[in-house]
Ligand binder design. Structure first.
Ligand SMILES: [Zn+2]
Length: 117
């Protein structure tokens, strides 16, 4: 499974998948999971068949987004410990290499941390 989708699933963030029935009761394309109709989207047409793809699914390759979502959790500080970070004098410390990384290292750590629960 796509790593972004896996982390979203573990964080209980909806991975929007759009449906639309022009003759149906919803005016706009809607997410078949959460029902939202205000999700930006674009067309993708592999093999000539076109699908509406949601633009708003999170890209957790960006470690700042991982931190923003993980911070909402009660076990946030345990996650920081898990990354070999910690707290000192009220400051939360995390390895700057993890924060600068753009290959998804923190995403992988978050997945492993959450799957370990
Ligand atoms: Zn949704």
């Amino acid at each position: 499974m796509d790593q972004n989708r896996r982390l979203a699933e573990l964080l209980k963030i909806c991975w929007h998948e759009l449906e639309f029935d022009p003759l149906g009761d919803k005016e706009f394309p809607y997410c078949k999971h959460c029902g939202r109709q205000d999700i930006p989207w674009h067309w993708e047409c592999p093999n000539g068949k076109c699908f509406r793809i949601a633009d708003s699914s999170p890209d957790f390759t960006d470690p700042r987004l991982v931190l923003r979502e993980m911070r909402k959790r009660k076990d946030w500080l345990r996650f920081i410990d898990y990354t070999d970070g910690g707290t000192r004098m009220g400051a939360i410390r995390i390895d700057v290499h993890l924060v600068m990384d753009d290959t998804g290292k923190l995403r992988s750590m978050a997945i492993a941390f959450l799957e370990g629960h």
